[in-house]
Design a protein around this ligand. Structure first.
Ligand SMILES: O=C(O)[C@H](O)COP(=O)(O)O
Length: 343
């Protein structure tokens, strides 16, 4: 393969910008590409984030000009037998609305105001972690808001695989440089957490901070219900669900779906409306159907992604244990491997 320029982009994905020759530069490192079909064996120099040694990378999308590869922190090593069997055509996608927040408790419109969880919200996140503790997670995506990030991190404290979720800091070169990990083994025992404002709760505009009950008293229940649960009518200077969907679903399709296609099991911890819009996409709901969809705080929803299709395995409303985890054969195999590993 011709030489190639790989440039680390937000979220740690290495983007092949052009290919000519058999080497490429990753920052100040020279990298040798040994193309084998769509699998690149990339041998890195001794220095830097990727340490030494040959590592296999899945090419997510290969085209004449752009091929994406993911760095070690985003690509669990194939030597990790517990996870590797899940790499084929069936992966898990878990969605969790954050646990109860302090403004949920006060019944205030929250939107993009960055408030933390209540004690109850912490408990909900931990309970959610129990429910997903036997389901493989290779990558985590959250919004840029602390309530979603707290929920993801608390849930993962209960995961039996005991990998460490690490929030990636890619906001600038210093953030990248100062958050480097210099141990390959440690990288393999980590789960990358990618945060994005595009997964934030819908921005509630001039309702943010107002009490929902009082707002209904002031503007009328019908008007407030229209702001909260219509598809295309925004609150004053805020986002409609449709506007929220335009950013959240686009982010899902551009960033998360390629990772699912490459065999990664994904957890998304986000918000009522950003998740409603993603579920609308996954379940192919109409704008009339999605406005009746309600998500409880802290309840995990499981999808299986297989051959390009999303199969819902658990209801977003108070699922029974069996209902959420009608285990597929592969999930049952993963759980068995965890049992074997931990006994
Ligand atoms: O932002 C908020 O107030 C809540 O998280 C969601 O509010 P909603 O259920 O009124 O959309």
């Amino acid at each position: 393969m011709a030489n190639a320029m790989l440039q680390q982009t937000v979220g740690g994905t290495l983007q092949l910008l052009s290919n000519s020759g058999t080497h490429c530069n990753v920052g100040n490192r020279s990298v040798r590409l040994l193309p084998k079909g769509f699998k690149l064996e990339v041998e890195f120099s001794k220095r830097g984030i990727y340490s030494s040694g040959k590592r296999k990378f899945n090419v997510i999308q290969a085209s004449t000009s752009q091929t994406s590869v993911v760095g070690p922190l985003l690509a669990p090593s194939s030597s990790d037998t517990v996870d590797s069997h899940m790499k084929s055509n069936e992966v898990a996608l878990i969605l969790i609305r954050h646990g109860e927040s302090l403004w949920n408790e006060k019944n205030l419109f929250t939107g993009c105001v960055d408030v933390p969880l209540t004690n109850k919200g912490v408990e909900e996140a931990i309970e959610a972690g129990h429910r997903i503790s036997n389901i493989p997670v290779d990558m985590i995506y959250t919004s840029s808001l602390i309530r979603a990030q707290m929920t993801a991190m608390l849930a993962m404290t209960q995961h039996r695989r005991k990998k460490v979720p690490i929030i990636l800091h890619n906001e600038d070169e210093r953030a990248r440089a100062w958050s480097k990990i210099y141990s390959e083994d440690t990288i393999e025992q980590s789960i990358p957490v990618i945060t994005s404002w595009k997964l934030n709760e819908r921005m509630y505009g001039e309702l943010q901070g107002l009490n929902k009950q009082e707002t209904a008293g002031k503007f009328g229940h019908e008007k407030v219900h229209e702001w909260r649960r219509s598809y295309d009518i925004p609150p004053p200077n805020g986002e409609s669900l449709e506007m929220c969907a335009q950013r959240a679903v686009a982010y899902f399709r551009d960033n998360i779906e390629p990772q699912l296609l490459s065999g990664k099991n994904i957890l998304i911890s986000a918000h009522g409306n950003s998740l409603r819009s993603i579920i609308m996409y996954l379940d192919k709901l109409t704008s009339q159907e999605v406005i009746t969809l309600e998500l409880s705080t802290g309840i995990p929803m499981l999808y299986i992604f297989k051959e390009g299709k999303f199969i819902r395995r658990g209801s977003p409303v108070a699922p029974t244990e069996a209902g959420v985890y009608a285990y597929t054969r592969r999930l049952a195999q993963y759980r068995q491997k965890l049992d074997d590993m931990l006994t």
